[in-house]
Design a binder for this molecule. Structure first.
Ligand SMILES: [Zn+2]
Length: 296
């Protein structure tokens, strides 16, 4: 499932290519992928709207439009959001197709269009396509307060890579939690954007066992975990995310972090620190890989 670094990578890929364009057409090939509002109202509301910014909150991609509207994309388990030339043949399981105008010549890009040249670039229309073989993803449209009120989007905790979010803030969030630390890290209302991959990676880096009760962690352990979260997430963003499953960036390419993971997906293989085989336990219904010697 795409987590904070994967979603951040896609948002950064989309930004220079979407800002300044206008939605001309929307085709929902699997309408129930839209969870808010009703699919017909969704199409009526998005057509004619210009993109003003592209951001991320937790695991949600936020495509901001005029009038404070935001197109929210949650990729679920296997969702892919891709920019293509409109002539590209439709891939199987493409659930939504958006046609966007050329970028108006007098608009300036929000940041240098890095990464990749897009065929035809800014002077030509493009298509944004959403495909999702397992259909756990969703598309939402509204103002942020609408979406929260309609419970289409849950309340999210702070962003762990926000420089304003300190180790003390994290400690306060763990203080009354009787749940296991791994489960607390996965809870999006505690901190936003962390899933199974980066929870395991961060706990290993911080030398904290995933089955510790959250409120039992010392200030020192929480400080290490805070630093480990930041580091694990920022390194993964730099490497364009982990393609451990179906994750692809906005160009359909795999990320680079999957080759650099320390514990995730390595149960039974030797710990990179001590050489002992890594252990596997189930916590909150998810597999957790950790080192019994290095993590306490
Ligand atoms: Zn070890």
């Amino acid at each position: 499932m795409p987590e904070l670094p994967e979603v951040e990578t896609i948002a950064a890929d989309l930004r220079p290519h979407l800002v300044g364009r206008t939605f001309l057409r929307c085709e929902l090939r699997f309408p129930t992928i839209v969870r808010h509002p009703e699919p017909e109202a969704f199409i009526d509301a998005i057509v004619g709207m210009q993109v003003t910014a592209v951001g991320r909150r937790g695991k949600y991609i936020l495509i901001r439009l005029v009038d404070d509207l935001v197109l929210v994309v949650h990729l679920g388990m296997s969702g892919q959001l891709r920019l293509v030339d409109p002539a590209t043949p439709l891939a199987l399981h493409t659930h939504a197709v958006f046609d966007l105008s050329a970028i108006e010549p007098n608009s300036t890009p929000p940041s240098p269009a890095k990464g990749r040249d897009f065929p035809g670039e800014r002077g030509r229309p493009i298509q944004l396509r959403y495909r999702d073989p397992r259909r756990f993803g969703r598309l939402l449209l509204g103002t942020e307060s609408d979406l929260l009120e309609a419970r289409a989007m849950p309340p999210l905790g702070p962003e762990p890579i926000d420089p304003a979010f300190g180790a003390d803030d994290l400690y306060q969030r763990f203080r009354n939690r009787k749940a296991l630390i791994k489960a607390v890290l996965l809870d999006q209302s505690t901190i936003a954007g962390v899933g199974n991959i980066y929870a395991d990676e961060s706990l290993y880096r911080a030398r904290v066992r995933p089955d510790r009760v959250a409120r039992s962690l010392s200030k020192g352990s929480v400080k290490r975990l805070h630093e480990a979260l930041r580091l694990s997430l920022l390194i993964a963003i730099k490497n364009r995310g982990s393609s451990v499953d179906t994750y692809r960036d906005a160009w359909g390419e795999i990320g680079g972090q999957q080759e650099k993971l320390q514990v995730y997906g390595r149960a039974g293989e030797p710990c990179f620190t001590c050489g002992r085989p890594l252990s596997l336990v189930r916590i909150a219904g998810r597999s957790s890989v950790f080192c019994r010697r290095c993590q306490r």
